[in-house]
Design a protein around this ligand. Structure first.
Ligand code: NAD
Ligand code: MG
Length: 401
């Protein structure tokens, strides 16, 4: 593979993962070229990316924005074809000439194109954890049935993948002498904040993560630790384990990105500076290793690594996610939908920080559990949970005004 230039499609190119992916790609013009870029609202950024990377396709769901991009492309004399509509996302993600798809759209909006990439047997670099949380079994079946290669971008899952033996997929974790998986999390910006002050937390405070620079939705998820909850579900599907086989450990420095504990007492950890270019470069080049532009880890500078237990009072979302996974069926999809609505409502200053967990809990109890064996049933559970969460947010908003 090393002599052939790979065609890359980046879903969510203008986001934090998307721009980090382009940063790694441009360091290796001999290995990768950009085939398609997709964005949602950030037209200005997409214009700059079209000039710099000259993809074959640029995709925007909105027709008007696409028209504006089209005029710009013509004015600049670029050879980029502009597409619009959600089906165009599926089209580029499954295009014959694409080798690798970076799935970096945030939230449920990424599910269908990521699934399209899996169904087309692509090498799928999965950042969009919500897609897997929603559709778990359906997504993994598509990967297996169509011979897709799934590589985790989430730093924890990428770390676990690096610490697992090569044949874990064929043999199963239990036959590889593994005791459990240790999923680390920083605890976010409110690790030490007085619980009495949680209700007054602002969106900007929640988005100011101490170690990682990320999009706003995942930043809020990190502050509530719903991110760790979603990651627990993500790990269950990626590595075929149960929630009981995963131990969540607080590690505020974000240097160890997760670990695998073996039966002989060995614990393997993957370490590095908190920079998403490391897992992105790992998955892009796997099984080779390429440079990512990340500074070498300086142990003298870190000086110490600490660990703690996550508190249930501080992080109620973590327990909600773990419960949803244990319940199975459509519960993770309903949890995810409620969380997306709650986080957006918090970012829009309609509800307070502590009400995020309330909205999720309320949605899970007021919507119906089902087995969710088909994509349609997952999508309808998502829709119903969103509606229920929106209604509850409206009630909370009316109460407080
Ligand atoms: P972001 O908000 O910075 O970027 C999101 C991207 O998705 C943008 O390009 C946006 O245009 C696109 N998008 C948003 N809504 C869309 C829609 N409805 N239709 C089509 N495109 C849409 O988010 P991010 O931080 O880059 O995160 C992307 C994904 O990666 C998330 O699922 C997140 O959980 C995961 N992830 C991110 C990080 C990180 O460090 N940022 C780490 C691990 C996992
Ligand atoms: Mg992560």
């Amino acid at each position: 593979m090393s002599n052939v230039i790979e065609n890359i499609c980046i879903l969510g190119a203008t986001g934090s993962i998307g721009t980090n992916t382009l940063d790694v790609i441009k360091r290796h013009p001999d290995k990768y070229q950009v085939f398609a870029l997709t964005a949602h609202r950030n037209l200005e950024q997409l214009k700059l990316q079209c000039i710099e990377f000259q993809p074959r396709y640029a995709v925007l769901p909105d027709a008007e924005l696409a028209q504006e991009l089209e005029s710009f492309i013509q004015y600049k004399g670029l050879q980029v074809e502009v597409l619009h509509g959600v089906h165009s996302l599926d089209f580029v993600a499954s295009h014959d000439e694409v080798d690798t798809v970076m799935a970096a759209i945030v939230g449920a909006a990424g599910l269908l194109p990521t699934l399209a990439a899996a169904q087309a047997g692509k090498r799928v670099l999965l950042a969009n954890k919500e897609a897997l949380v929603m559709s778990g079994a359906i997504f993994m079946d598509a990967v297996n049935k169509h011979g897709a290669t799934l590589l985790p971008i989430d730093s924890e899952h990428n770390a676990i993948f690096q610490c697992l033996p090569e044949h874990f997929v064929e043999q199963g974790i239990e036959n590889c002498g593994i005791h459990n998986i240790v999923l680390t999390g920083s605890g976010g910006p409110f690790l030490k904040k007085d619980l009495a002050d949680f209700a007054a937390i602002t969106p900007d405070e929640a988005c100011a993560h101490p170690n990682w620079d990320m999009g706003r939705k995942i930043s809020v998820d990190s502050a509530t630790m719903m991110n760790k909850g979603l990651e627990l579900i993500e790990a269950c599907w990626l590595f075929d384990v149960k929630p009981e086989q995963i131990e969540v450990v607080l590690h505020p420095q974000s240097i160890i990105h997760s670990m695998v504990r073996y039966n002989d007492g060995s614990v393997l950890a993957q370490m590095g500076n908190p920079d998403m270019r490391t897992p992105i470069a790992h998955a892009l080049a796997f099984p080779e290793r390429i440079s990512a532009g990340v500074a070498p880890l300086d142990f003298m500078e870190i000086s110490k690594l600490t660990f703690d237990r996550p508190s249930k009072e501080r992080y109620p979302c973590l327990a909600l996610a773990s419960e949803a996974m244990k319940q199975g069926g459509n519960s993770p999809a309903r949890l995810n939908a409620a969380n997306e609505v709650a986080v957006q409502s918090f970012l829009d200053e309609k509800i307070g920080f502590t009400q995020i967990a309330e909205v999720i809990q309320h949605t899970l109890t007021s919507t119906e559990y089902a087995e969710a064996l088909t994509l349609d049933s997952v999508l309808s559970a998502d829709k119903e949970a969103r509606r229920s969460a929106q209604d509850f947010v409206a009630q909370l908003t009316n109460h407080s005004s």
